[in-house]
Design a binder for this molecule. Structure first.
Ligand code: MG
Length: 259
C-alpha cells in the first residue's frame, strides 16, 4: 500500500491503515452506504461536496443564512410582528419586557452559530440575572446562562440541554466577555400516528470546546418536569429566550442540513 504522509505521523497511521486493509481482505473495494447510495472506496464518480468560502474565525460561510449580522433585524420577529429586540453598537439587545424573539423562517436539522454575552454589570444568582436560551424548533432549549462564576443546578448552566444534560465541562467565559455556540442540531421525526420515529440530537461546542456530544434529546424542554415529545412539523422557527435579563447577542448564522 502506498502511504504518503508526514514522517511524524507516517508509522502509526500507515500501520493502522495497512492492518485494517490486510485484515479485511477486499475491504478496499467494498462499497458502503452513503445517503442511501452505495459507493466504492475512492469512487471517482462520487459527487464532490459543495465548495464554500470559509470566513475568518466565526464569520458566516457563504452558504449560511445570516440571522443577525450587526444591523438587519429582518430575519427575526416577535410573534407575528416586528422584532422588539433592538440593535446597539452592532449588538442585539433585549429591552425590558420585549419577550422572546424567533426566526421568520422555519428550520429542521441545522448548524447554528451564535455569540452571546452577559454584561459585566449583571449579577448572576442561579437561574436569575443572566439567563436566556436558544430553543430549536421553538421547544428544545440549549441553555444560555452566565456560569463563570455562578452555581446552579448543572442541567441548567451554560452549555446544558436544559433539564436534560449538563455540559461535559464548564467552558463559559466570565461576564463581560463574548461566548460562542456552535451547534449541530438533528431534528426529531415522527410516525404518522404521532409517535416518535427518531429522537433529535444536539452536538454543542461552547467557545470551541465540546460540551454536548451527539446527545439524544429526551423531548421538549420543561422546567422541573420530565421532558416528553409531541409530534410537530418537520421545520419550525428557532426562538431566543427573553428571561428578563439584558443579555447581548451578535453574529448569528445558520446552515440548514438534510434538505
Ligand atoms: Mg434559559
Amino acid at each position: 500500500m502506498h502511504c504518503r504522509l508526514f514522517p511524524a505521523v507516517r508509522p502509526a497511521v500507515c500501520m493502522t491503515v495497512s492492518l485494517a486493509v490486510a485484515g479485511a481482505g477486499l475491504l478496499a473495494f467494498a462499497p458502503w452506504q452513503d445517503a442511501g447510495k452505495e459507493w466504492g472506496v475512492h469512487d471517482r464518480a462520487r459527487p464532490q461536496p459543495a465548495l464554500v468560502t470559509v470566513g475568518a474565525c466565526c464569520s458566516a460561510p457563504s452558504d449560511a443564512k445570516v440571522l443577525f449580522g450587526g444591523s438587519d433585524l429582518s430575519a427575526l420577529q416577535s410573534g407575528d410582528g416586528a422584532c422588539k429586540w433592538i440593535v446597539e453598537n452592532g449588538e442585539l439587545c433585549v429591552p425590558k419586557g420585549a419577550g422572546n424573539i424567533q426566526t421568520k423562517d422555519s428550520f429542521g436539522s441545522c448548524q447554528l452559530h451564535a455569540e452571546w454575552m452577559v454584561p459585566e454589570s449583571c449579577e448572576c444568582e442561579g437561574q436569575h440575572g443572566c439567563n436566556s436560551g436558544i430553543f430549536f424548533m421553538g421547544r428544545y432549549e440549549l441553555q444560555i446562562l452566565g456560569s463563570n462564576p455562578n452555581k446552579t443546578y448543572v442541567d441548567g448552566m451554560a452549555g446544558a440541554m436544559y433539564g436534560q444534560y449538563p455540559p461535559l465541562v464548564n467552558a463559559c467565559k466570565p461576564n463581560g466577555q463574548w461566548n460562542s455556540y456552535d451547534v449541530i442540531f438533528d431534528a426529531p421525526s415522527f410516525n404518522s400516528d404521532g409517535s416518535l420515529k427518531k429522537a433529535g440530537t444536539m452536538t454543542v461546542l461552547l467557545n470551541g470546546v465540546l460540551v454536548q456530544n451527539h446527545r439524544e434529546i429526551k423531548g421538549a424542554t420543561a422546567h422541573a418536569a420530565k421532558a416528553a415529545y409531541s409530534a410537530h412539523a418537520a421545520k419550525l422557527p428557532i426562538s431566543i429566550q427573553d428571561h428578563g435579563d439584558p443579555l447581548r447577542f451578535r453574529n448569528i448564522w445558520i446552515r440548514s442540513l438534510g434538505d
